[in-house]
Design a binder for this molecule. Structure first.
Ligand code: ARG
Length: 578
């Protein structure tokens, strides 16, 4: 049940009935204060202007016209013309019962779309570093939410597995193998390997030329070169898979559609752009002049699709990917998650691709940018010695730190169980810290805050979940069988019920905007509403009537189910005890 949507539909019908012009906005919001009911309709003021009447009178007319019988218990005009909506407790109870008996918590399934999500997409020349953390976990949450809503989601891991730097890497690898090293050992540390190759490229006589030869051979599909390349990317993909596994993200080898996959199509892309008069030759290169993105002097932006030497670029590949996703994958929407520094690239790519007809016009192309992860000094996150932080090491440290914190707590868990909890808490903390921030801003990485059991953190939510489980254990009740008639008498019960029914709104926001932080805030508010309810509304105390007890236990069970569903969608594991 999406309450906001329901109210919007009802108010839309009402204002149209009193003569609102077509296309009038229907602003329905959650009430900002307890006294204002549960939701507010704020459109009467604007409508009054359009209809030439006073806002409070218009609000009264809307209240007469709106069909909220059985849904709202009270509608009232407030202030200059707001309409406060008080939801009916029996109606809410009925919605809760529907959610409780549905595996998907009665979330409304929208019209199904095919949605391509391009995320993670690390460069295989190097090890995955913190720069790829955000795209990987935000992207993985977004795909899970879209799938939960019933969409057909196609994951595309657009790995950087091609390009000139591979010439240098393959030349270096070839020498190592000639000296009888095996690829796995030679490539056990990709950072070191890259550094060594780069030093040779810059300093060793003749090596740079060999590296360039390798690039040409690789592009020409030379067999020996391809074998080397396969060996290299296999090892590098395995490194990424180790990270995916630790992170509990859903990407598999089948989702990989790296840059190399488009190699054979790049010449066609450029030829088509030229044939359509979109790309022109400029100083030997093929370029598109983008008038829409002209600078202050009116000089158009220059978008190169082929270099003067004949080489193709990141941009050319993205145009080929766009065409493939539209034509072959039939995407209705494409979401691409990278850091904000690539925003201009995707803006340009969209303009050029649309001009060329590489997408159906109604298709969306959504670059979802995110800010940087900063160290506590406010500068880009680095190791103490200033190097890039390897993701694998960061994740291991998270688990270790969580283990130390958990060891300080009272627990009846065995050492093995504790290790498993530490893994879930540590990894959950790192992921949640990232997911809970609005992705468009930079955020500061801080071990202490993310691992805290208080505040908007993974440990807090995991703990809230285990706490509810322990209530059921104590009561000797199987929570999955609880489905009593819910009675919403106390304000804390009503507040919790309303929160429970707002999951749909949070999920829709993540789906529309690729913003997992909305779901995080929702879960945090839900857990907090539960804690308040739990303090105020005893369920296991002597003297609590059986029907009240059952009702409250049912609310608790639905809270646990909602928390678990939400955390699953975020990619954060829960446990029964901690
Ligand atoms: N490999 C790129 C990077 O690490 C990200 C690729 C994103 N996707 C795309 N279609 N360009 O920055």
């Amino acid at each position: 049940m999406n309450i906001q949507q329901l109210l919007q539909d009802k108010f839309a019908a009402a204002i149209s009935a009193i003569g609102a012009p077509e296309g009038t906005a229907v602003p329905v919001q959650r009430a900002t204060r307890a006294g204002f009911g549960d939701y507010q309709f704020n459109g009467a003021m604007a409508l009054a202007k359009a209809l030439g009447n006073n806002p409070r009178a218009i609000a009264e007319q809307i209240i007469q016209a709106v069909d909220l019988g059985g849904i709202a218990s009270k509608l009232e005009v407030a202030g200059p013309g707001f309409i406060n909506v008080h939801l009916d407790a029996a109606w809410m109870a009925a919605q809760l019962a529907a959610a409780n008996t549905d595996a998907k918590l009665a979330i409304e399934q929208p019209a199904q779309q095919t949605i391509v999500v391009d995320y993670s997409s690390p460069n295989l020349a190097k090890e995955m570093h913190v720069g790829h953390l955000r795209t990987t976990i935000i992207g993985d949450c977004v795909v899970k939410v879209l799938e939960f809503l019933g969409h057909k989601v196609i994951r595309q891991n657009h790995m950087g597995d091609w390009g000139t730097q591979f010439g240098m890497l393959l030349a270096h690898l070839s020498d190592k193998l000639a000296a009888n090293e095996v690829a796995e050992t030679a490539l056990s540390d990709l950072e070191d390997f890259y550094r060594e190759a780069k030093v040779r490229f810059d300093e060793e006589q003749g090596f740079a030329d060999r590296a360039r030869e390798y690039v040409v051979k690789l592009q020409g599909g030379d067999a020996q070169c391809m074998t080397l390349w396969h060996q290299f990317i296999d090892v590098s993909i395995a490194h990424s898979e180790e990270v995916y596994h630790k992170l509990n993200v859903s990407l598999t080898r089948d989702d990989i559609m790296g840059e190399s996959a488009y190699n054979d199509d790049l010449a066609n892309v450029v030829a088509e752009l030229k044939a359509k008069g979109i790309a022109v030759e400029d100083q030997g290169a093929q370029v598109v002049f983008i008038e829409e993105l002209a600078d202050k002097e009116g000089k158009p932006a220059v978008y190169i699709v082929q270099k003067s030497g004949g080489g193709y670029l990141y941009a050319t590949t993205d145009l080929a990917a766009m065409r493939y996703r539209s034509g072959k994958l039939n995407a209705d929407r494409t979401l691409i998650l990278t850091d904000a520094r690539q925003a201009l690239h995707f803006k340009q790519t969209e303009i050029v691709g649309r001009k060329a007809g590489f997408m159906r016009p109604e298709q969306s192309y959504e670059h979802c940018p995110f800010g940087m992860m900063l160290g506590s000094d406010g500068k880009p996150f680095k190791t103490r010695s200033g190097g890039t932080v390897k993701l694998v090491e960061l994740l291991d440290e998270a688990v270790e730190r969580a283990g130390k914190l958990l060891a300080q707590r009272d627990t009846d868990l065995t050492a093995d169980e504790l290790a498993e909890v530490a893994r879930k808490v540590g990894i959950g903390a790192v992921k949640y810290a990232d997911l809970s921030k609005n992705r468009t801003t930079d955020y500061m990485f801080n071990w202490d805050t993310m691992l805290s059991f208080e505040g908007n953190t993974a440990p807090y939510l995991q703990y809230a979940y285990t706490r509810i489980q322990s209530i059921f254990r104590k009561a000797g009740v199987d929570a999955t069988t609880l489905n009593a008639q819910v009675e919403l008498d106390a304000p804390q019960e009503q507040a919790l019920a309303l929160k429970l029914l707002q999951l749909n709104e949070a999920i829709n926001a993540v789906s529309a905007e690729a913003t997992p932080h909305v779901l995080c805030s929702y879960l945090y508010d839900l857990a907090s509403a539960f804690m308040t309810f739990y303090e105020a509304c005893p369920m296991l105390k002597d003297g609590v009537e059986e029907n009240v007890k059952q009702s409250r236990m049912t609310l608790a069970a639905l809270t646990a189910k909602t928390l678990k569903t939400g955390l699953d969608l975020l990619g954060i594991e829960t446990m029964e005890k901690m």
